[in-house]
Structure formats: structure tokens, C-alpha cells
Design a protein around this ligand. Structure first.
Ligand SMILES: *[C@@H]1O[C@H](CO)[C@@H](O)[C@H](O)[C@H]1NC(C)=O
Ligand SMILES: *[C@@H]1O[C@H](CO)[C@@H](O)[C@H](O)[C@H]1NC(C)=O
Ligand SMILES: *[C@@H]1O[C@H](CO)[C@@H](O)[C@H](O)[C@H]1NC(C)=O
Ligand SMILES: *[C@@H]1O[C@H](CO)[C@@H](O)[C@H](O)[C@H]1NC(C)=O
Length: 727
């Protein structure tokens, strides 16, 4: 089977797909000849470039200090644009206006592309489970003009359907073209749209719909069953609009069971609009466009109120950040998290819709021998979350490792050369050699994503430096990391396309300022050397209006300064590099005051202790009623068993080994050593530890998909163990 490691992009989001092997086929194809040619040309090119290019790129300023109001701190703005941008252009003050103007300007350009199902099959796995396989057709495009027309029809149709425009509409669906049309349609009637991620679960769904008194719910037909089941809890809903899927087998049965609701398909709404046009009731800049529900780390989700002004400010900023963004770009929309990127639609970019399960040729829902979304669409832009990119890297490396031999050598040489070039210790970054390695080694990796990617945007959580580098090299495209929260309308900082360092999230985007303020108790101040540190506060046009129906929480974290600028206190701790790039280093929530008044940063202690060879993952826990901290340690089984063998330990099974006093003492010693190297204070080193035999996986609910620990869940699960360590 044709293969490519980058296909793991898909699998990571979904389920395991059969392994296949790009490197071994690669070796067969190029064999020894490839290795020799590689080595020879490396020498030649090395000499060539050495004489041509000298010296490293001088540090470029990305963010510069700025005078602002509000609480004293160290504030930075984007270096390229002195004044905050508020609108993409004159007259584009709302999403509705921006969309309308854009659609008129690019009326003949492709806007949204979707694929039809040509054939559908089920395959039965060895364990008896059935998997759906799809053969999808080419992308079929609608122009900006057509999409605008449909949004207008929907805007009329929803009124004719009987939706009371003074009540809210909710959209509960995966990313798809109809979502965007329905969304734009609602906004033309100044209807506020409530968005709820499908992953939030039933309780969250019921809570969100009830809290915002939603009367019309727009969803996918596959959700209808679920809704019918929770019908008694959805008291405010009177209307349901569903997106037709390619086959709605038993939809009429379902509809019968949804008594009391007015149910209509998306298409019927458009027809209702066509029959009797209703004039739009356009919003203004301060109208509420969206209430976006996001999961809180504890308790019920919170609804963040986002105005039209917030979103057009972000759109304006995105246009300045992505170089040359426009009609030549093709964006692959498949992640529900990437709403901000769909704003690219506002500048004439073509958007092809896909799904995580059909992304590449080897994705789990793609029928063998047929094409995945990326290879048909050939996108130039796409978004990803770190968990996906981490797994792409692990997948490729594992495969290279397993293949061994020539292919591995070649890959290693290629990777190392490119890494040196990027880091500036060697000069071939843009040269012939780059082209050489691209053709020989990386081209096939890239083909999995269509071969035209020029920028990958990563957000949602910090991306590890290793993964950033790896994707950078294998995909040949920069990975831009973003930092932002729903409360700041997603993107507050973005790394620029030519950023070569890792671990930073870039300068503030041009629609907001980022300020660090002292958090003295936590030991972070703006006068810290060598770089200012403090709590990250975001101010500007993208700062949202607060939490729906929760003024107390809103007042706690949002402030308006004497100049009228809104600021949001993120609770994240950051530092500014001399070039004006932000780096996230800690979370305020993760800092605990101990009995004798010292503050311990759990995240800092964890990061330091993580470098012990025995540690696979860990959680440091501190109790304010004690003067010391403790830790739960997930062991690296392989390393520990190796030690046990050398130490001549006898044990029945791994859990027993973990419980042995000798083992605990050995791990303690290792922790003390790394703590000393990292200059941790005495109270930051766990006085007692508990070794955990079972790994923490996303499935267990103890870590996130990005493998970040979930403190509350771990605390609950290991309540007894934690208590014991304090007695
Ligand atoms: C729905 O909201 C009302 C207040 O608006 C509240 O009294 C009720 O308990 C809520 N019901 C559910 C199921 O959350
Ligand atoms: C549709 O419903 C009928 C009876 O209600 C059932 O026999 C049939 O298998 C269903 N079809 C599908 C595809 O679920
Ligand atoms: C459904 O729509 C009809 C016609 O618009 C209306 O008379 C009826 O009251 C609606 N039913 C509900 C439950 O809202
Ligand atoms: C639009 O809706 C908002 C509520 O979100 C309301 O305050 C505003 O007056 C409406 N604007 C127009 C132009 O009707």
C-alpha cells in the first residue's frame, strides 16, 4: 500500500490504522545508490555554501514595549504595527459586513468545497467490530457568490420557520460547510449563536442550552437520536434544524419520536427563505455574535460572550500575520477547534471541508485505494493540535527505528543536516542541499498532506520543541504556534513564519497588547533577571465581554482600565524574551502556599523532576497544611526493570517492584540529584513519593490528549495514596 508516516496525523485523532511502511519501500527504491549520492553531494554542497554564506541571522525584534493603562506591568505590542488594528478594513465592523463585502468582492472565487460519498462499505475487524469505509469524490465547490446567496436564504428561512429572533440559536455539530452558512445566516438577523463542542458531553450540552435559553438547535442528523433521548431535559428548545447527510436512512422514524418539536432539514429552511425573503436585521460592532462554551477544569462549562468586534479584530490581525493570505490559499478545515482560521474565508481563501477520520489516504474511514481529503484538496494551510503533531513525530521515528539499516541512516543524515541548517550552525537552510533532501527523503512524508502545505498552525496547548522541529523539517513548512484562550477570542500571540527558536509563542498579535504583571507571592516579577516574568494579561479589541450569566466570575478576571481598554487576566505565567516573544512558563493555579509561607510551583518542580530517567510522568502535590510536598511517579518501566536486573532485585511482577523500599529509595535518590541540578529549593523536592505502576493515558482520563496531567482527576483517583504520604 502507498504509505506515508504523516498519515498518523489522522490516526492520532481517531483510532489505530494498519501500519504500513514508507521507509522500507523507500530503501527498495533508492537503495545503496541513494546513500552514496547523498554522501557525495553533501560534501560538495557543504564546500559551496561554506564560502557563500557566513554569519548568523541577527536577532529580529518581534515585539516592543509599549505604554499602556491599567495595572502597572511590562507591556508589549507587535513590533510591526504601532497602533492596534480593530477592523480588517473600513466598513467591516461586524462579521456580517465583512462576510458580505468579501463575498461580493470574490463572488466568482471558490469558497467552500465538500466531497460527496460515492460508495460506502463496512469491513469487519478480527474482533468482530464493524468499521465504516468511504469512497469520497472530488471536491465540489461553491463560489463566494453562491455561499452568500445561501446564507441570505437561511437568514430569511429561519425567521419564516418561526424562530423568534430575540432568542438564541445553538449550533452543535462538527466542522462542515453548512455550519458556516447557518452561522452567517443567523448573524444577518442579529441572532446570537451558542456554540457547543460535540466533545463536551450530555450534561454540558443540557446546561449550556438551558442557561442561554436556546429555542432553535441546529445539529447533524446523527445527533437527532441523542437529542430525542434527552428530550425531557431540553425545556427551552422548540425548533430543530438538522443537516442532511448523504443517507438519512431512518430519519422519519426518528422525527416521529421527537414529538412537540418543530423539526426541519437545512435544505427546507433554505426553501422557506427562497419563498418569502425577509429583510436582514444587521448587527452592530458591539452586538453579541457568539456564546462559546468551553470546558472548565472543574464543574460546568462556562459560556464566553464574543462580540462581532472581537472577531473582526482577530480577522484583521490574522491577515497581517499570515503572509500573503488570500485567494491563492487553500485551507483544509477539519478540526472543530480552528474556528479562527475559518475567518480566512473572509479574504477569499478557498476552504475545503474534511474530517479527522478521512484526512489522508490511510485514514481509518477511507476505503483502501481511494484518496483522503488532503491528497485531493492539496491544502496550503492547516491547523493541528500538539497532541497530533507529537504523535506524527513519534510515529515517524518509531517507523524509522524499526526499519533500521540504510533507510534509517539516510533519514538520520537528512534530518541532522536540516536541523543544523535551521539552527544556524550550518548554512544550507535555503540551498541546494535542502532541495536534495526534500526530494530524496521528505517528499513522500509531505505527500500525505497533499504536498503543498506552507504553514501549519498549532494551538490549544504548548507544542514541544522537538515536535515543532520535527514537523518543520519533515513537512518543510513552518509550524506557527498560537497562544490564546476563548476569553481572548483565541489568538493573542502567534509565532511568525521565520521563527526558528522553539518553545515560544511569539509576539502579541496586532489587535491586542500583552502585559506581564507582578505576582510577588508566586515569585514572578517584571524586574526578574534576565527577563521580566509575571502573570499574562491580555488587553485590546479581541478581549471578550465576559462569562454569560456570571458577573462575579467576569469581574474577577476581566478589568477595564482608565483609558477604556479591556484586560483579561489569564492566570498563566509568562516571560518576555528580548526580541519581544512570549514564553509560557507556569500556571498560577498550580502554585500552592505551604504551611511556612513558601510558595511552591508544582509545574516548575514537575518540569525539573521529569528529567530523572526513571520518570515517565509525575504529579507533585502540595498541601497548604504541611511544609513539604509529595509526588506520584509513573515509572518508565523499561528503565526501572533494567536497574532491577542490575541490582539483582527479585520480584513477582512490576507492581511489586514499584512497592519495594529499595526501588523507592533508588527513585528518590535520582529525584534528589536532578532537583539539585535544577537548583530546586528544599521544599520543592518531594519529601515522600508513591510509585505508580500503571501508565497515565488519555483514555484513563488522567491526562489530556496532549498528555498534560489533569490534577483534579489524579487527585481523586489517588486520594488514599496522597493522604498516606501526609501521615
Ligand atoms: C435551567 O435553568 C433554570 C433557570 O434558568 C434553572 O432553574 C433550572 O434548574 C435549569 N435546569 C437544568 C436542567 O439545568
Ligand atoms: C430502519 O428502520 C427499520 C424499521 O424501523 C429497520 O428494519 C431498518 O433496519 C432500519 N434501517 C437502518 C439502516 O437502520
Ligand atoms: C411549530 O410551527 C408551527 C408553525 O410555525 C407553530 O404553529 C407551532 O406552534 C410550532 N410548534 C412549536 C412547538 O413551537
Ligand atoms: C442586536 O442584538 C443586540 C443583542 O446582542 C442588541 O443589543 C442590539 O440592539 C441589536 N442590534 C440591532 C441593530 O438590532
Amino acid at each position: 500500500m502507498e504509505n506515508n508516516e504523516a498519515t498518523r496525523l489522522t490516526e492520532s485523532l481517531t483510532q489505530k490504522v494498519d501500519d504500513n511502511d514508507y521507509l522500507s519501500s523507500f530503501t527498495n527504491r533508492y537503495g545503496t545508490y541513494g546513500i552514496v549520492a547523498a554522501a557525495a553531494s553533501t560534501v560538495i554542497i557543504h564546500v559551496l555554501f561554506f564560502s557563500l554564506l557566513m554569519g548568523k541571522k541577527k536577532g529580529k525584534k518581534r515585539g516592543v514595549p509599549v505604554e499602556v493603562g491599567g495595572e502597572a506591568g511590562y507591556a508589549v505590542r507587535n513590533a510591526r504595527i504601532p497602533q492596534l488594528v480593530q477592523f480588517p478594513w473600513e466598513g467591516a465592523n461586524t462579521i456580517a459586513a465583512l462576510f458580505e463585502q468579501c463575498c461580493k468582492k470574490y463572488s466568482q472565487n471558490p469558497c467552500m468545497g465538500t466531497r460527496k460519498v460515492i460508495k460506502k462499505d463496512f469491513v469487519t475487524a478480527s474482533d468482530g467490530r464493524k468499521f465504516e469505509k468511504l469512497h469520497l469524490g472530488d471536491y465540489e465547490w461553491q463560489t463566494y457568490g453562491q455561499v452568500y446567496q445561501r446564507a441570505c436564504l437561511f437568514a430569511s428561512g429561519i425567521v419564516n420557520f418561526g424562530h423568534n429572533v430575540d432568542t438564541r440559536v445553538a449550533i452543535f455539530s462538527e466542522t462542515r460547510a453548512e455550519c458556516q452558512i447557518a452561522f452567517q445566516g443567523c448573524l444577518r438577523q442579529n441572532i446570537t449563536v451558542v456554540t457547543i463542542y460535540a466533545s463536551l458531553g450530555e450534561d454540558a450540552l443540557i446546561h449550556s442550552l438551558n442557561e442561554t435559553q436556546v429555542s432553535t438547535l441546529i445539529c447533524e442528523s446523527k445527533q437527532l437520536k441523542k437529542l430525542a433521548a434527552i428530550r425531557p431535559s431540553l425545556k427551552t428548545i422548540t425548533n430543530i434544524i438538522y443537516f442532511e447527510d448523504d443517507e438519512n436512512e431512518n430519519i422519519s422514524d426518528l422525527l416521529g419520536s421527537m414529538g412537540g418539536w418543530n423539526v426541519s432539514s437545512f435544505h427546507e429552511i433554505e426553501l422557506l427563505g427562497e419563498r418569502a425573503p425577509v429583510p436582514p436585521s444587521l448587527p452592530s460592532k458591539d452586538s453579541l455574535a457568539v456564546i462559546m462554551y468551553t470546558s472548565g477544569s472543574t464543574g460546568l462549562p462556562k459560556g464566553v460572550m464574543i462580540t462581532h468586534g472581537n472577531i473582526v479584530a482577530i480577522a484583521a490581525a490574522v491577515m497581517t500575520i499570515i503572509r500573503g493570505l488570500g485567494t491563492n490559499d487553500v485551507y483544509l478545515a477539519y478540526l472543530p477547534l480552528a474556528h479562527v482560521l475559518e475567518l480566512a474565508a473572509e479574504v477569499g481563501t478557498a476552504i475545503g471541508y474534511g474530517s479527522p477520520l478521512t484526512l489522508t489516504d490511510t485514514s481509518s474511514k477511507i476505503m483502501r485505494g481511494t484518496k483522503g481529503d488532503a491528497s485531493v484538496l492539496k491544502p496550503t494551510l492547516m491547523a493541528a493540535v500538539p497532541a497530533i503533531l507529537d504523535r506524527v513525530r513519534d510515529g515517524v521515528l518509531k517507523k524509522v527505528e524499526g526499519t533500521g539499516g540504510l533507510a534509517k541512516k539516510l533519514f538520520d543524515i537528512a534530518y541532522k543536516r536540516r536541523l543544523q541548517a535551521i539552527e544556524g550552525s550550518w548554512f544550507g537552510a535555503w540551498g541546494l542541499e535542502r532541495g536534495f533532501w526534500d526530494v530524496i527523503v521528505f517528499k513522500k512524508v509531505r505527500a500525505a498532506l497533499g504536498g503543498h502545505i506552507r504553514l501549519i498552525l498549532s494551538g490549544g496547548a504548548p507544542l514541544s520543541g522537538n515536535s515543532q522541529r520535527f514537523i518543520n523539517i519533515c513537512m518543510g513548512a513552518p509550524v506557527s504556534q498560537g497562544y490564546g484562550l476563548t476569553e481572548t477570542c483565541a489568538g493573542s500571540a502567534f509565532t511568525e513564519w521565520d521563527e526558528t527558536t522553539v518553545g515560544r509563542v511569539g509576539p502579541p498579535v496586532p489587535c491586542c497588547y500583552i502585559k506581564l504583571v507582578n505576582w510577588a507571592e508566586g515569585g514572578y516579577t517584571i524586574s526578574d533577571k534576565p527577563m521580566p516574568r509575571g502573570e499574562i494579561v491580555v488587553g485590546g479589541f479581541s478581549v471578550t465581554s465576559g462569562y454569560f450569566n456570571n458577573p462575579e466570575k467576569t469581574d474577577e478576571v476581566y478589568k477595564v482600565d482608565e483609558r477604556g481598554m479591556r484586560w483579561f487576566y489569564t492566570g498563566d505565567i509568562g516571560l518576555f524574551h528580548p526580541d519581544g516573544s512570549l514564553e509560557i512558563i507556569d500556571r498560577k493555579k498550580d502554585i500552592v502556599k505551604l504551611q511556612h509561607g513558601e510558595y511552591i510551583s508544582l509545574g516548575k518542580a514537575e518540569a525539573a523532576l521529569m528529567s530523572s530517567k526513571y520518570v515517565d510522568n509525575l504529579m507533585v502535590h502540595a498541601d497548604p497544611f504541611h511544609s513539604y510536598c509529595v509526588a506520584l511517579i509513573v515509572l518508565s518501566r523499561e528503565v526501572l526493570e533494567k536497574w532491577a536486573e542490575e541490582a539483582g532485585m527479585e520480584y513477582k511482577d512490576f507492581p511489586e517492584l514499584c512497592d519495594k523500599a529499595e526501588t523507592v529509595s533508588e527513585v528518590q535518590k535520582s529525584l534528589s540529584k536532578v532537583a539539585k541540578d535544577a537548583k530546586l529549593d528544599k521544599f520543592e523536592v518531594p519529601a515522600k513519593i508513591k510509585l505508580v505502576a500503571d501508565p497515565w493515558t488519555p483514555e484513563s482520563g488522567l491526562v489530556t490528549a496532549a498528555l498534560k496531567i489533569k490534577r483534579e482527576q489524579i487527585k481523586a483517583k489517588y486520594k488514599d495514596e496522597l493522604q498516606k504520604m501526609y501521615h
